[in-house]
Design a binder for this molecule. Sequence first.
Ligand SMILES: NC(=O)c1ccc[n+]([C@@H]2O[C@H](COP(=O)([O-])OP(=O)(O)OC[C@H]3O[C@@H](n4cnc5c(N)ncnc54)[C@H](O)[C@@H]3O)[C@@H](O)[C@H]2O)c1
Length: 438
Amino acid sequence: MEVKEATGRLGVLMPGLGAVATTLIAGVEAVKKGIAQPIGSVTQLGHIHLNRKTGDNYPKIKDFVPLAGLQDLVFGGWDVYEDNVYVAASRAKVLEQHTLDALRPELEALKPMKAVFDKSYIANLDGTHIKEGANKYALAEALMEDMENFKDTRGCDRLVIVWCGSTEKYTEVSDVHESLSAFEKGLKESDPRIAPSMIYAYAAIKLGIPFLNGAPNLTVDIPALVELAAKTKTPIGGKDFKTGQTLMKTILAPGLQARALGVKGWFSTNILGNRDGYVLDAPENFRTKEVSKLGVLEDILRPDLAPDLYNDLYHKIRINYYPPHGDNKESWDNIDIFGWLGYGMQIKINFLCRDSILAAPLVLDLALFGDLAKRSGLSGVQEWLSFYFKSPQTAPGFRPEHDIFKQLTVMQNALRKLMGEEMVNPDRLAFAEEEITA
Ligand SMILES: NC(=O)c1ccc[n+]([C@@H]2O[C@H](COP(=O)([O-])OP(=O)(O)OC[C@H]3O[C@@H](n4cnc5c(N)ncnc54)[C@H](O)[C@@H]3O)[C@@H](O)[C@H]2O)c1
């Protein structure tokens, strides 16, 4: 496969310049200045094992595949609030103020473009930095203009978009999402079932710009946009960055399953006090998150294959808005497991995490890998990026893979395949191969 070199500048655009996006931007600027390390970024710090007889057979991923360098990244985005990135990052209170102050000129220079927004999708936001247009199609056109202007004025060779906007209310695929023609008609008629995130995604994919979705909203996970991605040969992926509690779940559950230990119940509760938590305090928005988080265990434990171990599994998830914790989410898991002869045991996890500290490196990796996919001629749903998502989008007919270790193997095999190296267990990973040659 021909993988084009990453020459020139890569524009990374994010709808939603909130806690996650500003933590990413400030983080990359800090790394560029040599005052911090990109911890948690697999593209920057991860290695890959290669079956080479000579030379380095454990190179860093960034030395193995041609990725855009951090020096070549140019950030931008949209938000419903006018705050520049310095103000938004200070308000988000994820990074210490002295770090932000050290980067102040770079961060202040980044001002959001006006957003496409619809309050009916996010009840708890009331920003006014919003585009107006005759209909949703006109709004999509305005976004395309933003993207092209950004590329020209900032001297970018390529763009990639990662949705870092708030979680929209729960929606299901309906007829307006079923085909590209129905969707375009819906845009012109401002169909209320077309969410703002779908308008951004439509605009990006129409221009052939890779689009990855970090929130649990459907966004690109609808047949109409999958069809458009095939037409314009655009890589897409989602949904919902895998951080915090779900990250722990997909690390632990494969171990329990591997040892044929039963699981009777898994109760997960969280408190967080950032704007994301406030948005999720609205029941319709929480529902979107809940659905995204619930699929994980069933897919790893497979009660259909091992009913004696997992058929009675009771899985419950709660998120409560608790302002004093800010972005420092705290989660508790109570796991009721059982072993030999059915004897019960319990595992308790109390994770005092930092939401955006875990999410920011995922945005970086998704942007770099989304761009790599485009330069490699890959298009459609990039299942090899499931590693990064709570609720991985799949091509029609495929089961999502949630086990983080299998996801990592699939991702690394995709990279091996791209670079013409021998894959690990290629027979068992037909999934990666099919995706990569599609
Ligand atoms: N931090 C994590 O660990 C994590 C994990 C998984 C998913 N996520 C998701 O990532 C997203 C961002 O999280 P966050 O903590 O940065 O939230 P945040 O509330 O700090 O930032 C989201 C920003 O999006 C903006 N926004 C909302 N709708 C918009 C629109 N239509 N156009 C442009 N901007 C819009 C909001 O004004 C806000 O500034 C959320 O959807 C969250 O659920 C975060």
